[in-house]
Design a protein around this ligand. Structure first.
Ligand code: SAM
Length: 289
């Protein structure tokens, strides 16, 4: 590509994605944009200073976070209208995704200031693509509200939704969220994607009841993305059976006269997962007992 193509336009807001853990997940374009911008607006200037330091970038930093969004937004708009280039970064991942940025984007559009995405890591998509749940259609639900009423209303809106749902959650709220998901949505497949791109990255692919029992015994640690399968339109019998734990579900079919192998196969069919997943889930459940 020509040099010209790489030159930054002035008076543009760049939304620059930064790593969600692994520092290698920064793009060449993000590095160049952070170098060339007149000003870097960061959610937490100390965190971004550490990233810039790691990238050996020296640039002017200013803060832009949830509680100064309005006043700082106006300041940034002034700079942009003067023709300056602003690179907006959040603490981790993609700005404006459960992070500040959305309001500034709207303000720029209202002032005819160009807004350019510089894509990169985002926890929701990283979790989705490795989850094993359907990726064709999905909904991003962000964080559930702390208010009991609002979270219940939010979840109730999702009951019949057939697409994979993606939630963000903090570890200290994980148990409550798992219980609320189960109470409103019933037992479903869930994938808990933990510490993505970091040393202890982990994907736990289980049912909601299994996740609840697991976290009764284990302390939630680290950052989580929760992916819940959409409504599967099961037969009425399946609905009831899928509320059982995997071992209970297998036992049900064994009591109906099926061999252990055929019982696992029937459970896999009911839950729309592979026999191998049922086998692994049964082993895990036995281990936890
Ligand atoms: N803007 C970010 C993005 O693009 O993903 C999201 C920021 S939001 C304030 C922080 C939440 O994202 C965390 O509570 C967690 O749910 C999720 N998250 C961020 N990094 C993560 C990681 N490395 N592993 C798992 N979840 C992560």
């Amino acid at each position: 590509m020509t040099e010209k193509k790489y030159q930054l336009d002035k008076g543009t807001l760049y939304l620059v994605a930064t790593p969600i853990g692994n520092l290698e997940d920064i793009t060449l374009r993000a590095i160049r944009t952070l170098q060339e911008a007149d000003l870097v607006a960061a959610e937490d200037t100390r965190r971004t200073a550490a990233l810039l330091n790691h990238l050996e970038i020296k640039n002017a930093l200013t803060s832009y976070f949830q509680h100064n969004e309005k006043q700082k937004g106006e300041f940034l708009i002034e700079k942009l209208l003067e023709g300056q280039t602003v690179a907006l970064v959040s603490d981790a991942g993609t700005p404006a995704i459960s992070d500040p940025g959305e309001e500034l984007v709207r303000m720029c559009i209202a002032h005819n200031i160009p807004v350019v995405p510089v894509p990169g890591a985002t926890a929701a998509v990283s979790a989705l693509i490795a989850s094993g749940l359907p990726t064709g259609r999905f909904s991003f639900e962000g964080f559930l509200s702390v208010s009991k009423k609002s979270r219940k209303e939010h979840l109730e809106m999702l009951v019949g939704q057939p697409y994979t749902m993606i939630f963000y959650e903090a570890p200290h709220k994980l148990r409550r969220t798992l219980q609320d998901l189960y109470d409103v949505l019933g037992n479903r497949r869930i994938v808990l994607a933990r510490e993505l791109t970091k040393k202890f990255e982990e994907f736990m692919r289980v049912s909601l009841t299994e996740a609840i029992s697991y976290y009764e015994m284990h302390e939630p640690k680290g950052e989580y993305v929760l992916l819940v399968e959409g409504q599967q339109e099961p037969l009425p019998k399946e609905c009831e059976l899928n509320n059982l734990s995997v071992l209970e579900h297998i036992k049900y079919y064994e009591e109906q006269g099926l061999s252990p192998k055929d019982a696992q196969k029937a459970v896999a069919t009911d839950r729309h997962v592979s026999k191998r997943e049922i086998y692994a889930a049964a082993l895990e459940e036995k281990d936890r007992k």
